[in-house]
Design a protein around this ligand. Structure first.
Ligand code: NDP
Ligand code: OAA
Length: 435
């Protein structure tokens, strides 16, 4: 990856050179360096810093972007004054994002850059994956990131090769996926998107941090996550997540509305299963103001039918209104999902995420990616919650989602290294946005 060379200026004893290589410690400055630069693409820029004055950059070369490159102002290195050093130096964190020119990313990237996920003292590098078709748009995204002057955003690079964009990734947010078009079979979507996630799994396996945390957003996200992890055998399967946090947030909102409370009073909300219309929003274990939902909302018919279906189909209703799928609330839920892994889960509570079933205590089939209740110590890892209630209703609903995921798995066997694909998908289930 290209990073501009820094040519030392007439150095003052009060200046310290910090180059923005991801392996180095960074100084989190509350001040933006005073740089008056024209953003340049694939340009070597050198600048002399004398008494805080910056001379005009000297462009050396300018070529179209073909592979991962640092972008514009993020190619610069900075002189930071020694007195600006604080005890809050932290190592730059590398976040790779696919589908970075898409709608969800357009909300998410700005949240990541502002410190919403990792906090106000954590510098961030964003590595954006696009394609030939989106590279111009991706440059536009990078320009907007430049213009936002985020103090914590220390590196932005864009590229179309996952083997470059995922280099040293500590987080990989896999958003890019082909939307289902008119007349396309679900099996066809699984195959096209599965190939994207198989390739990206291989790339992560080859170049990402060995402890990378992967959040798959692109649909069908559970099975895409399964394909991805199967193609990344050197990365713990436990590190792969399928995003079901949006479903959890939707469920909390609807329960709060029905109970007439603010949504922060709803806790212990589990979404079980697939991010599809078979998902199970669990009102047996969820609480309102610390009380079981069923003690607060004494309308079982509403819970079993109206509420459940509302959550399962919320995405589709929104698409009918908007003409496109949820982007802003999905981005918010990605932030929530990440924060749940990097901050300790509040005592007694939990969150939902789609994770690899490997020794789960609920009797769910092994070797699929299934949304379940989890807790984290805030170290990026999680544990499944053990003490949850089950009843016949919950068990039968969970089984339906499990059957669907097992069918999806058989349908992508050619992408997981498990032989010949057989597609016997249940006909009556869909992505939330497909109704
Ligand atoms: N899990 C969840 O809760 C949710 C998941 N989603 C899913 O997230 C994904 C992204 O949504 P959103 O950002 O709104 O979508 P957009 O259509 O805005 O962006 C999707 C990106 O996917 C990339 N892409 C990859 N392969 C293809 C292809 N074959 N054809 C077209 N585009 C492709 C494109 O980027 P490029 O050209 O750079 O590759 C495009 O920018 C979708 O799969 C959507 O269903 C949406 C909402 C909620
Ligand atoms: O199907 C889609 O793209 C939308 C989706 O997942 C959701 O809104 O939950």
């Amino acid at each position: 990856m290209a990073v501009a060379e820094f040519i030392p200026s007439s150095s003052s004893s009060l200046t310290k050179t910090i180059s923005l290589y991801s392996s180095q410690l960074l100084h989190v400055s509350t001040h933006k360096p005073r740089l008056l630069l024209t953003p340049l693409r694939r340009s070597k820029i050198c600048c002399s810093v004398i008494s805080n004055e910056v001379q005009a950059p000297v462009p050396v070369a300018k070529e179209p972007i073909k592979k991962t490159e640092c972008f514009g102002v993020f190619c610069l290195t900075y002189d930071l004054k020694a007195e600006e050093e604080t005890s809050s130096w932290k190592k730059l964190i590398n976040v790779s994002v696919s589908g970075a020119a898409g709608m969800i990313a357009n909300h998410l990237l700005f949240k990541l850059a502002s410190g919403e996920v990792f906090g106000p003292d954590q510098p961030v590098a964003l590595k954006l994956l696009g394609s030939e078709r989106s590279i111009q748009a991706l440059e536009g995204v990078a320009m907007e990131l430049e213009d936002s002057l985020f103090p914590l955003l220390r590196e932005v690079s864009i590229g179309i090769d996952p083997y470059e964009v995922f280099q040293d990734a500590e987080w990989a947010l896999l958003i890019g996926a082909k939307p289902r078009g008119p007349g396309m079979e679900r099996a066809g979507l699984l195959d096209i998107n599965g190939q994207i996630f198989a390739e990206q799994g291989k790339a992560l396996n080859a170049v990402a941090s060995r402890n990378v945390k992967v959040i798959v957003v692109g649909n069908p996200c559970n099975t895409n996550a399964l394909i991805c992890l199967k193609n990344a055998p050197d990365i713990p399967a436990k590190n792969f997540h399928a995003l079901t946090r949006l479903d959890e947030n939707r469920a909390k909102c609807q329960l709060a509305l029905k109970a007439g409370v603010f949504y922060d009073k709803v806790s212990n909300m589990t979404i079980w299963g697939n991010h599809s219309t078979t998902q199970v929003p669990d009102f047996l274990n969820a609480k309102i103001n610390g009380f079981p939902v069923k003690d607060v909302i004494r309308d079982s018919k509403w819970l079993e039918e109206e509420f459940t279906e509302k959550i399962q189909k919320r995405g589709g209703v929104l698409i009918q209104k908007w003409g496109r799928s949820s982007a802003a609330s999905t981005a918010v839920s990605v932030v929530d999902a990440m924060r749940s892994l990097v901050t300790p889960t509040p005592e007694g509570d939990w969150f939902s995420t789609g994770v690899y079933t490997n020794g789960n205590p609920y009797g769910i089939a092994e070797d699929i990616v299934f949304s379940m209740p989890c807790r984290s110590k805030g170290d990026g890892d999680y544990e499944l919650v053990k003490d949850v209630l089950m009843d016949d209703y919950l068990r039968s609903r969970i089984k339906k989602s499990e059957d669907e995921l097992l069918a999806e798995k058989r349908c992508v066997a050619h992408l997981t290294g498990e032989g010949i694909a057989v597609c016997d998908l249940p006909g009556d289930t869909m992505l939330p946005g497909e109704m």
